[in-house]
Design a protein around this ligand. Structure first.
Ligand code: C2E
Ligand code: MG
Ligand code: MG
Ligand code: MG
Length: 284
């Protein structure tokens, strides 16, 4: 061990690393049991048409209600699941649950599922998706798969095959968190994406301004020419909704519309929306 500073500094780092490792090991072991114990559930966040205000899809977001640690966010355990391979079992379970929920919704409402690169690179990756669709009896055109650019950093031959095979069935792909990674337009050119999700950092935070707005506008323009949907993520205020709509995004997602909610509340949001759009029955 190199001396970073005083002896105390070194042991501080060692202790922190050990703690981190222990926590990861714990999470790994518990994650395997959590599915059986029913501690995981899928929440659904609406993706809204910015012209009509209607819900076009829900994104499935996994939550872990841990008996001692409380609610764990995916950022805390998805990376561990990826490193340890648990993501394959977990990912198949998530896709199944999401497909079953979607099968209960009106036919024009889709479900979007996040896929980790490891899930796509695993042998027989498409099989998990086929099984989920078949078990739920869900039309493939109602399933969207969200992937991030990190997927393309190495091997893209298998990725291309996976995407082509599922696209041929009608499954749609979305490029998630666009603008945070390399944002190579080559990916959009090479792979069959139907949707781009512009990252939240273009909507709120220190880097929002004339430049970010011009970038959204350019991406939206490209998207509409290519007949792709452009989703703005992380919309929290009406000003942000108006700004991204003006910039040409056709879909939006964020706390302004709704947080991710359990499946029974997703059904209620849809029912309420349909009520509002039907002419009201006069009772008296
Ligand atoms: P993501 O796919 O970009 O999902 C959007 C994240 O932004 C979600 O966080 C959502 O709750 C949050 N969000 C939505 N609207 C707003 C808003 O208006 N303001 C703010 N501040 N945040 C908002 P969440 O659920 O914690 O998920 C984080 C990430 O974890 C996701 O980012 C996704 O990459 C990953 N993830 C979530 N569920 C799954 C899953 O089932 N499988 C895999 N592989 N990854 C998942
Ligand atoms: Mg996503
Ligand atoms: Mg995203
Ligand atoms: Mg994100």
């Amino acid at each position: 061990h190199a001396k970073v500073g005083g002896g105390q500094t070194v042991s501080f780092f060692d202790a922190a690393m050990t703690r981190d490792l222990v926590r990861r090991r714990e999470i790994e072991a518990e994650l395997r049991a959590a599915i059986q114990r029913d501690e995981l559930s899928i929440f659904f966040q609406p993706i809204v048409d910015l012209e009509t205000g209607r819900i076009r899809a829900f994104e499935a977001l996994v939550r872990w209600f841990h008996p001692e640690k409380g609610e764990l966010r995916p950022d805390e355990f998805i990376p561990v699941a990826e490193e340890t391979g648990v993501i394959i079992t977990l990912g198949n379970w998530i896709t199944s649950q999401a497909a079953k929920a979607c099968a209960q919704w009106p036919e024009d409402v889709s479900v979007a599922v996040n896929l980790s690169p490891a899930q796509i690179r695993a042998p027989g990756a498409a099989l998990g998706i086929h099984n989920a669709l078949r078990e739920a009896g869900l039309d493939p055109s109602r399933l969207e798969l969200e992937v991030t650019e990190s997927l393309f950093l190495d091997d893209d031959e298998n990725t291309g095959r996976f995407m082509d095979e599922l696209s041929a069935l009608g499954v749609r792909f979305a490029l998630d968190d666009f603008g945070t990674g390399f944002s190579s337009l080559g990916y959009i050119n090479k792979f069959p994406f139907k949707k781009i999700k512009v990252d939240r950092s273009f909507v709120s935070g220190p880097n929002v301004g004339r430049k970010s707005e011009a970038i959204i506008r350019a991406v939206a323009k490209m998207g509409s020419t290519l007949e792709m949907d452009i989703v703005a993520e992380g919309l929290e205020t009406v000003e942000q909704v108006n700004a991204v709509r003006d910039a040409g995004c056709n879909l939006g997602q964020g706390y302004y519309f709704s947080r991710a909610v359990p499946d029974y509340l997703a059904v209620m949001l849809l029912a309420r929306e349909r009520d509002e759009h039907e002419p009201r029955q006069q009772v008296l």
